[in-house]
Design a protein around this ligand. Structure first.
Ligand code: AHR
Length: 495
């Protein structure tokens, strides 16, 4: 008979915080993420500030998104920021060659993005053009954003209605420079990073946190060369991109119609994030044993086939309970590697890939993934608590993965939060947690689950998958006993 119990040890001793920036998001000029998602037609009958959709903003404010990456993605390396400032009717148009070949009217540019970030109370993370832009162009964009004084760029910013600098810290120096960002070799990119980063200046009160464009998936060589060739003090972070693809790039698989074999494969691939982060970190440790450079997983999430009948270049996909389990498992992995992983961005917020929000004209729905970010907020900037977990296996055919994953933290009030995921679609699993050095009296919790892993929220039935109060946790001595429902995410709070 398969084992249905797990044991967990949580240490009360923490040596670092979980950066809130692990809970970051990504919004590219792609499909209906910016246009038709955040930035809508003036005629759309929804609350708006200028053309920014406020119901989208309100939903994201509730989960306190810590940073938003923009304008790409692949789009960033073809984007020329000067086309997106000044009077809108005078802005030049361009072709979005990466995403559907549609015309980009540049109505959403620097000022509009900063307005959005201010409404969201989130930190901007700008991805600058290295692939087809110049050193001067990036340098001037930094000056435009950040310089507080008399200069050509601060004058231009004031003429465009914003005399005060924004003082933006996070800057990506190129995106996927091994591919859509210029097809560079790692050696060539490392040299380019040094040039671009030199002239991206720190202005008073605006110290830059520069991100080198890092590896894809298992390309440890790219990480090695960047760590070897780029002086550590020039980089705040080095990125990593990894997408969970149920099938392969040719046939990725449906977002809503899949059997247990495909569900299992998807979860197995999702859990590879742990191997990736461990191995890229080990390469970084060779050059940076003190972990001064962050590993920034600034693109992650599930990537499926688009919904039938939608533009293949727009990457519009539905979002199921499976995706919520992916989000929660990945966030647990990041928490457990938060000594090195200090920033991450799920791709991509609204209407693209693993979205938090889907919109259809005036209608809006929150996806199962949204609820995971809501539940996991408790870990943001909390003290990381090391764990040891013994999980039963979830087996399909002759392959097995751990059924349960978890992470734990202690917030500034002293409350301890443990997030659990049970990936097994058929079995409840009882976890007994030994809480070393943790004093607590009461436990409460919330659960996200649904009848089937294919369950989704639709515009007709938007509340099919959502969080509920969890009553399956109890105190036994100083141990915590939690009964995890099949395919569920549970977050408990101990006080
Ligand atoms: O998120 C979609 C695309 O995936 C991004 O534009 C690119 O960076 C990555 O390949």
């Amino acid at each position: 008979k398969a084992q249905t119990t797990a044991s967990l040890t949580v240490s009360g001793k923490s040596d670092h915080q979980i950066s809130r920036h692990i809970y970051g998001h990504f919004s590219e000029h792609l499909g209906h993420c910016i246009y038709g998602g955040f930035w809508v037609d003036s005629s759309l009958n929804v609350p708006k500030k200028d053309r920014i959709r406020l119901d989208v903003v309100d939903a994201l404010k509730k989960i306190h998104i810590p940073n938003l990456r923009w304008p790409g993605g692949c789009f960033a390396d073809e984007y020329h920021w000067r086309d997106g400032i000044g009077k809108r009717s005078d802005r030049p148009k361009m072709v979005n060659t990466n995403w559907g070949g549609v015309t980009e009217d540049n109505s959403f540019g620097t000022h509009e993005f900063m307005e959005l970030c201010e409404l969201l109370h989130t930190e901007p993370y700008i991805s600058a053009n290295v692939g087809s832009g110049t050193v001067e162009e990036m340098s001037k964009w930094v000056e435009y954003f950040n310089f507080d004084g008399t200069s050509p760029m601060s004058k231009l910013r004031a003429e465009n209605g914003h005399p005060a600098p924004w003082k933006v810290g996070f800057w990506g120096v190129g995106n996927e420079s091994w591919g859509c960002g210029g097809n560079m070799t790692p050696e060539f990119y490392a040299g380019q990073f040094r040039r671009y980063a030199t002239y991206a200046r720190d202005y008073p009160g605006a110290r830059l946190k520069k991100m080198a464009s890092g590896a894809s998936d298992f390309d440890y060589h790219w990480t090695e060369v960047c760590m070897k060739e780029i002086p550590l003090h020039m980089m705040w972070g080095l990125s990593l991109h990894y997408y969970t693809i149920p099938g392969d790039w040719g046939h990725k698989g449906s977002a809503t119609k899949f059997d247990e074999k495909e569900y299992f494969t998807t979860m197995r691939k999702c859990l590879l994030m742990d191997t990736l982060v461990t191995k890229h970190s080990a390469v970084m440790d060779k050059y940076d044993p003190k972990k001064s450079v962050a590993l920034a997983v600034d693109e992650w999430g599930i990537w499926t086939d688009v919904e039938p009948g939608t533009n293949p270049g727009f990457l519009y996909q539905q979002n199921s309970l499976r995706d919520a389990l992916i989000a929660a498992s990945t966030l647990n992995i990041f928490n457990n590697h938060s000594d090195r992983v200090r920033l991450a961005n799920l791709a991509q917020t609204v209407n693209v890939l693993q979205s938090l929000i889907l919109t259809d004209k005036e209608k809006l729905l929150l996806t199962p993934t949204y609820y995971v970010f809501d539940l996991f907020q408790v870990h943001m900037d909390a003290a990381y608590l090391p764990i040891q977990l013994n999980s039963p296996s979830y087996t399909n055919g002759n392959e097995s993965i751990p059924a349960v994953n978890a992470s734990a933290s202690k917030d500034s009030t002293g409350a301890v939060h443990i997030s659990f995921v049970n990936l097994d679609p058929a079995k409840k699993i009882t976890v007994t947690a030994n809480l070393k050095d943790v004093q607590w009296k009461t436990v409460s919790g919330q659960v996200l689950s649904s009848g089937k892993y294919t369950d989704i929220n639709t515009f007709e039935n938007p509340n099919k998958v959502k969080t509920a109060t969890f009553n399956g946790a109890k105190k036994q001595g100083n141990d915590l006993v939690v009964e995890l429902p099949a395919t569920s995410v549970v977050v408990v709070t101990l006080k």
